[in-house]
Ligand binder design. Structure first.
Ligand code: XIL
Length: 345
């Protein structure tokens, strides 16, 4: 970068902080969030896209985010493909990318009903329970103090009413291992160094008034009584306009407040906002800003993270244009408004 370009960048960045950012003076999210101690700004990424640290993808990501999560590389199906034989290379690569760029690393995940190796599904119930404990011990010990948090259990609770006490959904874990949630958290707590936060993570639980959110609260309360949990992850895979529906805006604020009262943290962990054709980027922007504002306004909320960050790489399909940056890595309206909200916080 020439001196003139660098100088212009600083002038633009400095004046944007005071005058409010316009399209021509985008302040990278990470820069805009400087000084906000409590909340990290994160994005998930596939390990493959981080392999070349000098790529535009890697550079833009490190410029904008101070936390990352491996999209798949730390899941069971990637780390223990054969029983007892651990392959940490890809998950390590995401952790190393984070640390090389002075970013936090978030561990995702230790126990889920998907993305598991085939061998796990063939075990007897008691063998499964043993495998769960051995997997969590091995992975948590390998990563030690490097993750700020682990999603210990992902998506355990049913979307619908059901007839088991906690309303667990049927999965690789339930009903085979009825105490899988407690076993997973207890094992993680014993294996993790102090300071590594243990999370329950799920979707459709961001509105405290919804039936699923109430089921999760019930489970989480029980876990807090045993001191094996430190936080709840709200995935927030939503569609534009989400904040205007079903009392979601107030419901999100209430969610943060109820977990604050329980003495635990909240992370927004996997946000994306579906925005299919005909696109309405203004509506998508409002949805992102509503979630970020709720997070900034609650002392419980310590992470605001999207699942990917640019429209070229997303699990829900590029035709949904769900992320804050476009596939050329340029900030969309959503990224501009998120930056402005961070600058104004
Ligand atoms: C998704 C990944 O993005 C996909 O690449 C993979 O095929 C399936 O998993 N909830 C979660 C994430 O907790 O781990 C999921 O990630 C998306 C939904």
């Amino acid at each position: 970068m020439s001196f003139a370009v660098l100088f212009t960048f600083f002038i633009v960045a400095a004046s944007a902080r005071h005058a409010g950012a316009g399209a021509s003076s985008f302040v990278p999210l990470r820069e805009a969030a400087k000084g906000i101690e409590r909340v990290r700004i994160g994005a998930a990424s596939p390990a493959s896209l981080l392999a070349n640290a000098t790529s535009a993808y890697a550079k833009t990501m490190a410029q904008n985010y101070d936390l990352t999560t491996a999209e798949n590389a730390c899941k069971w199906g990637a780390t223990e493909k054969s029983r007892g034989k651990f392959s940490f290379d890809e998950c390590d690569a995401v952790r190393d990318f984070a640390h090389n760029h002075n970013m936090s690393f978030r561990g995702h995940n230790l126990c889920w009903g998907h993305y598991n190796p085939d061998w796990l599904k063939t075990l007897s119930p008691s063998e499964k329970r043993t495998a769960l404990i051995e997997h969590i011990e091995a992975v948590v010990k390998h990563y030690g103090a490097s993750p700020v948090a682990w999603d210990v259990v992902n998506e355990a609770i049913s979307d619908k009413e059901c007839d088991n006490p906690w309303c667990f959904k049927a999965s690789d874990w339930y009903p085979d291992v009825p105490d899988f949630v407690y076993a997973a958290f207890e094992t993680a707590r014993k294996a993790a160094p102090r300071g590594v936060k243990l999370f329950y993570n799920d979707y459709s639980i961001a509105n405290a008034n919804s039936a699923k959110a109430k089921r999760v609260l019930n489970l989480v309360k029980n876990l807090t009584a045993s001191r094996v949990i430190d936080g709840v992850g709200l995935q927030m895979h939503v569609s534009r306009g989400w904040e205007n529906q079903n009392g979601n805006s107030d419901g999100l604020i209430k969610t943060m407040e109820q977990y604050r009262q329980l003495g635990i943290e909240v992370h927004i962990t996997e946000m994306d906002v579906k925005n299919p054709e005909p696109r309405d980027d203004a509506a998508q922007t409002k949805t992102y800003v509503a979630a970020l504002s709720a997070c900034l306004n609650s002392t419980a909320c310590t992470n605001f993270e999207t699942w990917g960050w640019e429209d070229g790489h997303t699990w829900i399909g590029t035709s949904e244009h769900p992320l804050p940056f476009d596939k050329g890595f340029l900030p969309k309206k959503a990224a501009l408004a998120l930056s402005e909200a961070l600058l104004n916080a």
